[in-house]
Design a protein around this ligand. Structure first.
Ligand code: AMP
Length: 394
């Protein structure tokens, strides 16, 4: 990892602008329903407080579309952060206005201010240089610790780095070290499991991983496009007809590169797309015409689990079936369990698979659960994320 971290820069007495990911879910009364992202940001914030920095936090929350809309105010986050840190986190009434200016100017060493939602300004998502400069003017150092938005070149994720020394926080550092390390120099055998609804969302990931992995396991809705490419009857299963040629090409590529590519051998099909739909398990090469595949079958679970048994590095992104329906969540649960049992580095690439792993209680058994869905997918594609590229090299 060649990017500077908070530990590589003198922060004592300095005003440090930290871009966090405080995009937490709120209920209709504005109460935080999941504080994971706040908890995730604490190590960097505590380090800065402990090292006598003047801490200025910023983040987006939801999609206020460039206007001040207090439904998306970060004040519930300031309250929760105050509880967690045991000190008052002062909430600014704006982002770059008088309130932000006076509160940050008055900061004592070890004090913390949270700016309002950066997306209250349309300039944020446009990465407007004048807006980035005004944000940067509040501080002397920029710390990016929001991996979840690191794939977006916005003013608070990238633009400010044009005006300030820029380093990463501990969350981004962990993402780069573990995910970057696995991609650059994996312990082998290296297996990747991809699932989820669509191939089209993950073409770049498949292409990139085919150059790196020993085994590529494909399940979930995206598997049917591959099965169609192989000439299998897939009934009414989800399929991207315009991607079957590409799927065939990817299958060929795997063969040429000597990558073991595994597809489901049996499928749980349902009569309709419903939680309590009638279902049965059938071989994957001949799904009944009026039925749709909603999960992987038992034989596939055994095949995939067996392929993971000796792996030393595993990356997983995307559920194995329609796991939102309990009846069709078995494949996803069993694969989560198989990954949890791997004796090596296990990485869960954000989004639905991360949620599934958390819900099933397997999170403590994984090496790393990425904090960014879209960002981790782009990272797995081999794309250089702008929120990381802008940081200073060691
Ligand atoms: P993604 O966001 O691409 O990771 O996809 C996640 C979604 O894929 C979840 O909402 C799943 O319900 C869906 N999914 C997984 N397997 C299937 C399937 N066999 N048919 C339809 N949707 C699926």
């Amino acid at each position: 990892m060649n990017k500077k971290t908070v530990k590589d820069i003198e922060v004592a007495g300095k005003k440090v602008l930290v871009r966090c990911d405080f995009n937490v879910p709120l209920d209709e009364n504005g109460h935080i329903t999941d504080e994971n992202r706040i908890v995730g940001a604490l190590p960097t914030i505590k380090y800065l407080i402990g090292n006598n920095a003047k801490v200025i936090l910023c983040s987006h929350l939801g999609r206020p579309k460039g206007t001040f809309n207090m439904k998306y105010s970060l004040s519930p986050v300031a309250a929760r952060l105050s509880e967690k840190l045991g000190i008052e986190v002062k909430m600014a009434a704006d982002v770059i206005g008088d309130s932000a200016k006076s509160l940050t100017a008055a900061l004592q060493d070890g004090g913390v201010v949270l700016l309002e939602n950066v997306r209250f300004h349309a300039e944020e998502e446009k990465n407007d240089p004048a807006f980035a400069r005004q944000l940067a003017n509040l501080a002397e150092i920029f710390v990016n610790d929001a991996f979840g938005t690191a794939h977006r070149a916005h003013a608070s994720t990238t633009g400010v780095a044009d005006y300030l020394p820029a380093v990463c926080g501990f969350l981004i550092q962990k993402e780069i070290e573990i995910m970057g390390g696995a991609l650059a120099n994996p312990a082998r055998p290296f297996a990747a499991i991809l699932g989820g609804a669509k191939v089209s969302d993950k073409i770049g990931v498949i292409e990139n991983l085919l150059d790196k992995v020993d085994t590529l396991i494909i399940g979930g809705g995206m598997a049917y496009t591959f099965m169609r490419a192989k000439g299998y009857g897939i009934g009414k299963s989800i399929c991207e007809e315009d991607k079957t040629a590409l799927a065939a090409e990817l299958l060929k590529k795997a063969e040429v590169k000597g990558v073991k590519l595994l597809l489901p051998v049996d499928t749980v099909v349902a009569a309709e797309f419903k939680a309590d739909a009638e279902s049965k398990t059938v071989p994957s090469d001949s799904l009944p015409e009026e039925w749709m595949g909603l999960d992987i079958g038992e034989k596939t679970i055994a095949l995939f689990s067996d392929a993971l048994k000796d792996a030393k590095t595993v990356i997983w992104n995307g559920p194995m079936g329609v796991f939102e329906f309990e009846k069709f969540a078995i494949g996803t649960k069993k694969i989560a369990e198989a990954v949890a049992n791997v004796n090596g580095t296990t990485i869960i690439g954000g989004g639905d698979s991360a949620a599934a792993v958390e819900r099933l209680g397997f999170a403590p058994k994984m090496t790393h659960i990425s904090t960014g869905g879209g960002a981790s997918l782009e990272y797995l594609e081999g794309i250089v994320l702008p929120g990381i590229a802008c940081l200073n090299d060691k």
